[in-house]
Structure formats: C-alpha cells, structure tokens
Design a protein around this ligand. Structure first.
Ligand SMILES: CC(C)(COP(=O)(O)OP(=O)(O)OC[C@H]1O[C@@H](n2cnc3c(N)ncnc32)[C@H](O)[C@@H]1OP(=O)(O)O)[C@@H](O)C(=O)NCCC(=O)NCCS
Length: 177
C-alpha cells in the first residue's frame, strides 16, 4: 500500500516540482488530488482487509463526487489533476501511471460483468468515457469527451464519439514519464 501511495504522490506532485521534503509535504496537504487519492487508497485498503469501506467511499462521494468500486483495480502512480466526477465500475482494471481527468467514466456495458482494461501510462482526458470490455493499450491517449467502445492499440490517440484513432504513435508515448 505504501509503495503504491508513494508512487501516486510522486506523480501528483511532480508538476509543481517542490524543492525539499518540507515543501513537498506542505504542498501535498493542500492538493485536492492528494486528498482524493488518500481516500481512494484507503477504500481499497479497507476492502483488502475486509473492513467497512463505507467511510472512505462516502467521503469520496460527498467531497469529490467520485465513485470507485471496491472491486476495481488501480495500479500505482495514479494521477488525478482535477479529481471530480470519476466513476469506475467493478471489474475495471487501470494500469500503472495513468492520468484520469475530471468526469472520466470507466463503466460496464449492459449485462456484461467485465469492464474496461486500461493499460499503463494511459491519458484519459476530461470527460472521457470507456464502455464495456474494451482494452486501452499502454501509452494511449483518449481525448476530451470521447467515448471509447472498441479497443485502442498501444501508443494511439483516439477522439470523438465513438472514438476514432487520429494518431497511431502519439507524442505522449515518446515523452512517457
Ligand atoms: C486528444 C488530443 C490530445 C488531440 O490533440 P492533437 O493531437 O493536437 O489533435 P488535433 O488538435 O490536431 O486534432 C486532430 C483532429 O482531431 C479532432 N479532435 C481533437 N480532439 C478531439 C476531441 N476531444 N473530440 C473530437 N475530436 C477531436 C480535431 O478536431 C481534429 O480533427 P480534423 O483533423 O478533422 O480537423 C486533444 O484534443 C485532447 O483532447 N487533449 C486532452 C486535453 C485534456 O483533457 N486536458 C485536461 C484538462 S486541463
């Protein structure tokens, strides 16, 4: 848990490049993304230890309008620059070092138990939706308000409704952090 949290904090603080540990701590105390991530990881920790998740889940919803199933899996290095309106369904898998902007929805299609599988280093722009048993490959980018209903290959950029591929080897892949 602490390794995962450390990776999350590192990625959420890195945009601000705080100099020194004290500044990093003070910054961390003020960032919405850090508050939301602490609650998300607390929820998963409680679920793993068979403790009630309701406290963390309710705070996440009341403060950020975020609903993440305790059955979802989210890798380390989660970055949430604007933590609000996220919905992540059960069975969804999100890889390491992903960026999820506001109002991202990762949801099941009707009647299916399996949800989207998001690779590593994926960027899901503001309002992006991924629906059903879909694979989004490593380093893929999904544009603002786009709706992904089919697999997106690694390194591709997809936009629109339904999402279409506009770039098969995006810049994010080349500059991956
Ligand atoms: C996906 C994205 C990275 C593409 O950027 P880009 O590679 O520079 O692409 P362009 O702006 O050159 O657009 C290429 C084409 O895709 C279209 N397009 C770009 N983003 C789109 C979107 N979100 N939905 C629909 N079409 C889009 C453009 O209209 C253009 O179409 P055309 O070729 O028919 O004219 C960018 O549009 C995006 O959505 N970035 C995420 C921004 C974000 O979420 N920021 C966080 C909030 S602070």
């Amino acid at each position: 848990m602490f390794e995962t949290l450390r990776a999350d904090l590192r990625r959420n603080l890195q945009d601000y490049a705080p100099r020194g540990r004290l500044r990093a701590v003070l910054l961390g105390l003020t960032l919405n993304s850090v508050h939301a991530i602490l609650l998300i990881r607390l929820q998963f920790w409680c679920a793993r230890h068979r403790l009630p998740t309701i406290f963390a889940a309710k705070l996440l919803f009341w403060l950020f309008k975020i609903e993440i199933s305790r059955e979802a899996r989210i890798g380390p290095g989660l970055r949430l620059p604007h933590p609000m309106g996220l919905i992540i369904a059960p069975q969804v898998v999100v890889g390491a070092n992903c960026d999820l902007y506001a109002d991202v929805r990762l949801v099941l299609a009707n009647g299916l138990r399996e949800g989207p599988r998001i690779g590593n280093h994926v960027f899901l722009g503001d309002g992006a939706k991924v629906v059903g048993r879909v694979n989004v490959g490593d380093h893929a980018v999904v544009g603002v308000s786009s709706v992904v209903t089919r697999d997106i290959p690694p390194h591709a950029t997809a936009v629109g409704i339904p999402a279409r591929i506009i770039d098969e080897h995006n810049e994010r892949a080349r500059d991956a952090r």
